[in-house]
Design a protein around this ligand. Structure first.
Ligand code: BES
Ligand code: ZN
Length: 620
């Protein structure tokens, strides 16, 4: 993604060179002085005004009892009143100040205290344009009957709907009471009893300490269907059956992960199917993963997404990156665990196909990532939005590094090592330095000489992929590559290629192997044979439409525009906008589409698309 390059050029060199990685540069909080240990929310969810309003009670632990201030993170919040309370005394009004907003971090809420209050209550309301919330009118939902809203807090958007210490280094429990339209169901990343009556007044409790980015809320016409005793699906009524069929393996996935990494510790594991504007594939909100409907394609071919979000129940939710520059500890570990779950359920070849497809995507992305951001252990990201710093490096290189360790030590040593990493750091936030120390203490001595420290440094601190990285081959993908070669060489027409019994991943690999630009006749030939224009499969769409744009294959335009106006998942649509932005004509078309799509897009999606188009307009 070229916009990364731009951001990196904006980073002062001193930042990249800084060796000090301690602390969280994306939060104003001072967790070495005071921490929130429990949060009590009381909110009204107002669809008409598109706001949440009410109060947040922060229960504090003072690490430095002499400290007399509380600095919190906020973004676009309206603060109405701040009160403090000590044990059984009454509430006292506190002095507070909202600092001017930083474009990345938002506004520091600085509260002054005369004594170390145990509870601070903040009365506030959100802004209708809160970066972490999307509000949908009934027409924008599947059922068209009731409005819908949902949060997306990762990485630093929780602060746009709750004033808090918005850093993954702080964990707290929470309770919430949420009142809204009685026809609407509300869910949170907490207990969601399947039989809760729909009455517009809901109470939640999350009794396990979580970081703020895992705070989540959603509301809409949501109904529940069970998959197993502890797992099920929440969706709009019209989506429920399709979702239950697609994700029927969720219980088996939980069991496979438990076999490897110990008991699932969060009680229930439910999936919430969001509207297609959800900006991500999935989000691992505890007890309730948020899932894009774009993976419900009818043949379970994209369910590795569920394995991924479930895997976060160990890597991420249980053991959490302490700041966003260590996100490979969340996403790389999760991709690895996801692969192990896929292997257990669907076999080695299925897992290998995912690996090869991911590696292809990493290699493409690496060309646009500045070298300092190609390391797993990132420098301080001061001034940079953590969402923009997140690349395939964390996911794919992180996963690759763990496979490298697995290969050198063997699963008989590596599996118990990883399990113990999760067990020994359960409900803690950890840094890369913590992992490296644990590796040096618990794994390296078990097989001296298995890895050299230079090799570790190349993976952890170096750019790119080390030359001796383990190689993965997939027979099915190789077969797809062979057919592609025949076609590209003009030896076999598309319609006569041997594609019988191909799985989705083979099609994706075939598409990945196509040149970025083809002759219009070639595009038409492929389309006639495989009917990619108008595909319901977003993974195919994100590979096909950019090629249609670059090849001048205008027949795809109407279907592509329809895709861009219904789907808001960033990964699927940004490559298309990027291709469009390469020519003045395409840019004009992209602007038209965006104008139509904007009311349905999530604020994060709109911001990303605008960034692509603006950069192109500037000639960048
Ligand atoms: N936690 C991430 C999504 C995320 C990361 C949101 C960083 C905001 C900031 C989630 O688990 C994820 O990785 N989703 C992927 C799917 C996955 C199969 C790679 C996605 O949304 O594409
Ligand atoms: Zn993830």
């Amino acid at each position: 993604m070229p916009r990364l390059l731009l951001l990196c050029l904006l980073l002062p060199l001193s930042v990249l060179a800084a060796s000090d990685r301690a602390g969280d540069e994306h939060s104003y909080a001072e967790p070495d002085k005071v921490v929130v240990r429990d949060l009590g929310l009381s909110l009204v969810l107002d669809f008409d005004q598109r706001v949440l309003r009410g109060h947040a009670d922060l229960h504090l632990t003072w690490k430095d009892p002499e400290h007399r201030r509380l600095w919190l993170d906020t973004r676009d919040l309206v603060i109405e009143k701040v009160l403090g309370k000590r044990r059984d005394s009454g509430w006292y009004r506190l002095r507070w100040k909202l600092e001017p907003a930083d474009p990345v971090l938002g506004s520091k809420l600085a509260i002054e205290l005369r004594q170390p209050y145990e509870t601070v209550r903040i009365r506030y309301r959100t802004s209708p344009s809160a970066s972490g919330l999307q509000w949908l009118t009934p027409e924008m939902t599947r059922g068209g009957r009731l409005p819908f809203m949902f949060s997306q807090s990762q990485a630093i958007h929780a602060r746009s709907w709750v004033p808090l210490q918005d850093t993954p280094s702080v964990r707290y429990t929470y309770s919430a009471r949420v009142r809204t339209d009685p026809r609407v169901m509300v869910l949170m990343s907490a207990d969601n009893p399947p039989n809760e009556p729909r009455d517009g007044d809901y109470v939640f409790r999350m009794s396990q300490p979580i970081p703020s980015y895992l705070m989540a809320i959603a509301a809409g016409d949501l109904v529940f269907g069970a998959i197993s005793e502890r797992s099920g699906v929440w969706a709009e009524p019209a989506m429920l059956d399709a979702a239950l069929a697609e994700f029927a393996d969720s219980e088996r996935m939980i069991q496979a992960a438990e076999q490897l990494y110990g008991p699932y510790r969060w009680g229930r594991y439910d999936l919430l199917i969001l509207p297609p504007s959800f900006p991500f594939g999935g989000m691992e909100n505890p007890r309730l993963s948020f899932i894009t409907p774009t993976v419900i394609v009818g043949d379970r071919s994209l369910v590795s997404l569920i394995a991924h979000e479930l895997a976060h129940s160990w890597s991420g939710n249980l053991v959490t990156n302490a700041s966003w520059k260590d996100i490979w500890l969340n996403e790389g570990f999760t991709n690895y665990v996801e692969g192990r779950i896929s292997e257990a359920l669907y076999g080695e070849e299925a897992a290998r196909m995912e690996v090869v497809i991911n590696e292809t995507s990493l290699h493409q992305e690496l060309e646009h990532i500045p070298p300092p951001l190609q390391a797993l252990v990132l420098p301080r990201l001061t001034g940079m939005d953590p969402d923009e710093a997140l690349t395939d490096v964390a996911y794919v290189k992180g996963h690759w590094f763990l496979r490298f360790l697995e290969q050198r030590f063997g699963r008989e040593l590596f599996d118990p090592f990883l399990r113990s990493w999760f067990d020994r750091h359960a409900f803690q936030s950890v840094s890369s330095e913590d992992f490296i120390a644990y590796l040096e203490r618990e794994l390296l001595p078990r097989k001296p000489g298995a890895v050299r420290s230079k090799e570790l440094a190349a993976w952890l601190q170096g750019p790119g992929i080390p030359r001796n990285a383990p190689r993965t081959h997939s027979e099915r993908l190789d077969a797809a590559s062979r057919q592609l070669k025949r076609w590209l060489a003009g030896r076999t027409p598309a319609a006569e290629l041997d594609t019988a019994g191909w799985v989705t991943q083979q099609w994706l690999h075939f598409l990945d192997g196509l040149p970025a630009r083809l002759e219009v006749e070639q595009m038409a030939e492929l389309d006639a044979a495989f009917r990619w224009t108008g595909t319901p499969n977003g993974e195919i769409a994100m590979r096909w439409y950019p090629r249609a744009v670059r090849s001048g294959y205008f027949e795809a335009r109407p279907a592509m525009a329809a895709f861009l106006t219904t789907v808001g998942r960033r990964k699927l649509i940004l490559p298309i906008y990027e291709a469009l932005a390469e020519t003045p004509e395409g840019l004009a078309f992209a602007r038209e589409v965006l104008a139509k799509a904007r009311p349905g897009y999530h604020p994060l999606t709109t911001a990303s698309v605008e960034a692509v188009l603006e950069k192109a307009a500037e000639g960048g």
